[in-house]
Write a protein that binds this ligand. Structure first.
Ligand code: FAD
Ligand code: NAI
Length: 466
């Protein structure tokens, strides 16, 4: 009889966990994945990436149809109406299709889905829904959940003070939505409800939105969002939220102190970040400590300090992004199988799926300057022929290169298809490209990506079209 029930047991079936489980099974390891949710796919597929992108797409179609903005292209629409239940239904259909798809992939790859919450009883043992299960290797991929704002109770069912999960399923379009947190979720979900007709006020504690992004990008993005109608209050802290039946009053004051102000809202969306899911995992039973931010630390192979226990995704340090979790899922499975699984954490793209999209990879200008001399090339979308043809010219491409070697250190893009454009920058950086390499690569015309080539030419001060 085998010493363990499984070679690999993955805890959590989000993009980190389900990918790790499938890759482990592909490598011939007997694999199970424990998931406490009713469906597979984790935060991303159920209440994150997928439903938010489905609503961003649908709300953009609505705004285009209803605002009259298509008339200049000769497309006249009158009487466009919002059918919110249909829009939410379409989003739910996308979620159902994709989460069901993971179930199919588990069956295809012979990954056992253990339904229920897993708790460690030893380094090679957990209980799932009361049943003991053992495995030679256990991968913690439990993800993250919303950081609460002290003193503010989230009630997604009530629909007045909600987090991102509630914000994906509001029963009606709010008149006034106050978003607490000018980060990715606030701007994406704020965009959805603004396009559908809500007035949206973003309250951000810091002096700029989109923390961690390149300074030029943060400034330009704020300008664009304000032009779209967002009210943005930076340098402002929320001191309380009072719910009065079907609405709420948000009390704010300047972050540096000063007179307070009351803002009435019918929906308050709390989006101030996410934190690692480790509660109830029984980490004490295996002597696994957390870092100061409540995350699990690993080495570069994703091994924790407890032999046989590994960790990946949002529960470990690094950007909380689905593709980062997925790549770590592949790498950890390969390391468990005795191969060499590596993730280059210097080249993880990040995308904000607003209109225009905001995408970046590598170092910001501020970070790069701290490390040494740099050169910068910038090209406005206003001078890109495809963006001009589409009359959709907000944004720019900015390339940061090492002053001596010309190696590309970071790329930052604001453009309608920035999320797609950033892939070429990530690939170039992965291959160790110089800005000259990009400048001398033939790009198809007319494409938005030509702006990447021109920004690379601008690193040496010689773009053609400006
Ligand atoms: P998760 O996806 O959080 O999955 C962890 C799973 O583990 C969960 O299903 C949970 O139920 C389960 N679990 C936890 N504890 C246990 C236990 N003890 N036993 C059994 N199961 C357990 N990222 C992007 O890259 N692009 C996007 O566009 C994007 N949009 C987002 C939009 C929103 C609104 C949100 C909230 C997040 C978004 N993200 C996006 C972030 C992305 O969802 C996460 O980075 C990603 O899901 C992390 O994957 P993970 O596998 O580490 O964890
Ligand atoms: P975030 O970290 O992006 O932004 C949170 C914002 O809230 C920050 O600007 C912060 O300064 C501000 N803040 C914190 N406390 C505050 C307070 N008390 N009052 C006012 N402002 C306050 O976090 P967010 O938007 O909640 O998203 C969580 C994570 O989910 C992100 O880190 C991101 O990685 C992931 N995500 C990714 C998406 C994507 O890739 N497109 C989409 C949505 C989420």
């Amino acid at each position: 009889m085998a010493e363990f029930d499984y070679d690999v047991l993955v805890i959590g079936a989000g993009p980190g966990g389900y990918v790790a489980a499938i890759r482990a099974a592909q490598l011939g390891l007997k694999t199970a994945c424990a998931e406490s949710r009713e469906t597979l796919g984790g935060t991303c597929l159920n209440v994150g990436c997928i439903p938010s992108k489905a609503l961003l797409h649908a709300s953009e179609l609505f705004e285009e149809a209803a605002s009259g903005s298509l008339a200049k292209f000769g497309v006249k629409i009158s009487g466009a109406e919002l059918d919110l239940p249909a829009m939410l239904g379409e989003k739910d259909k996308a979620v159902k299709g994709l989460t069901g798809g993971i179930e199919f992939l588990f069956k295809k790859n012979k990954v056992d889905w253990l339904k229920g919450r897993a708790t460690f009883t030893g380094p090679h043992a957990v209980t799932v829904a009361g049943k003991a299960v053992t495995a030679k290797n256990i991968v913690i991929a439990t993800g993250s959940s919303v950081t609460p704002l002290p003193g503010v109770a989230i009630d997604n069912d009530g629909g007045v003070v909600v987090d991102s999960t509630g914000g994906l399923s509001l029963a009606k379009v709010p008149e006034h939505m106050v978003v607490i947190g000018g980060g990715v979720i606030g701007l994406e979900l704020g965009s959805v409800w603004r396009r559908l007709g809500a007035k949206v006020t973003v309250v951000e504690y810091l002096d700029q939105i989109l923390p961690g992004m390149d300074g030029d990008v943060r400034k330009e993005a704020a300008k664009i969002f304000k032009k779209q109608g967002f009210a943005i209050k930076t340098g402002t802290k929320v001191t309380g939220v009072t719910v009065n039946g079907k609405s709420a009053t948000v009390t704010v004051e300047p972050a540096a102190g000063g007179a307070s102000e009351a803002i009435d809202a019918d929906v308050v969306l709390v989006a101030i970040g996410r934190r690692a899911n480790t509660e109830g995992l029984g980490l004490d039973a295996i002597g696994l400590a957390l870092n100061a931010r409540g995350q699990i630390e690993t080495d570069h192979e994703f091994a924790t300090t407890v032999p046989g226990v590994w960790a990946i995704g949002d529960v470990i340090p690094g950007p909380m992004l689905a593709h980062k979790a997925e790549d770590e899922g592949v790498a950890v499975a390969e390391n468990i199988a005795g191969l060499t699984g590596i993730v280059n954490h210097d080249v993880i793209p990040a995308v904000v799926y607003t209109h225009p999209e905001i995408a970046s990879v590598g170092l910001t200008e501020e970070q790069a300057k701290e490390r040494g001399a740099i050169k910068i090339g910038k090209f406005p979308m206003m001078a890109n022929s495809r963006a001009k043809a589409n009359d959709d010219t907000d944004g720019f491409v900015k390339i940061i290169a090492d002053a001596d070697s010309d190696r590309v250190l970071g790329v930052h893009i604001i453009a309608t298809p920035a999320g797609t454009m950033i892939a070429q920058a990530a690939q170039a950086m992965e291959f160790g490209a110089s800005s000259e390499d990009i400048a001398y690569t033939c790009h198809a015309h007319p494409t938005h990506n030509e702006a990447v080539k021109e920004a690379a030419m601008a690193v040496r001060g010689q773009p053609i079209h400006i």
